[in-house]
Design a protein around this ligand. Sequence first.
Ligand code: AMP
Length: 216
Amino acid sequence: MLGPPGAGKGTQAERFARLRNIPKISTGDILREAVHAKTEVGLRAKAIMDRGELVSDDVMIGIVRERLEQTDAKDGFVLDGFPRTVAQASALDTIMTERDPLIVIDIVVPEAELVRRLGSRMICEDCGTGAPVGSMVGAACAKCGGRLVQRADDDQAVVIERLKIYHRQSEPLVEYYRVRPTFRSIDGAQAPDRVAEDLAAAIAAVNGYGSLGGRV
Ligand code: AMP
């Protein structure tokens, strides 16, 4: 799932993964859990994430390689937030050798809408789960009852930095993947239900293209 911060990758990845009963693998969630658990990776990643910059390709590729080897990802998975650089995309192609081809969906949203969405996005300070649009600071998380807060990297100055980094480092991925028959762009500025419909239709349209086993 490609797209800038705030495009709705996490929301749509979650919905689609649940529908298909496959894991949603979000590198941002994995890093936030590591920060919360104060692991070595988490301690090193925290400052980088708070500045809105990208964690190194080596660390991210290692995390994803290990995660995709787990048995629950054998029949398919949704990747949210990875790859974010051409080096990560190229490593992912190597990891995916002998597996069904990747389906790549780019979620397109105008910049002004991204800034608006990121400014009002809430997550749980305990479990890191994203809260529904319109949630208030201090309200209780629906999953664990923890307190909802703004993400540190959704601060306006950091948002501007993250969008700049997206344009510089992640947008080139669209060109990297566009030539593939399994690439589709969808309009992410619509209501979430419409985006979910377009996403499912795009995946249905390209699924099976050169597939080894006919699965997503
Ligand atoms: P996200 O929740 O996807 O917006 O990710 C939050 C932050 O985690 C990003 O701003 C990066 O600092 C870091 N991050 C997540 N995924 C990656 C990745 N694939 N490559 C580098 N950094 C990442």
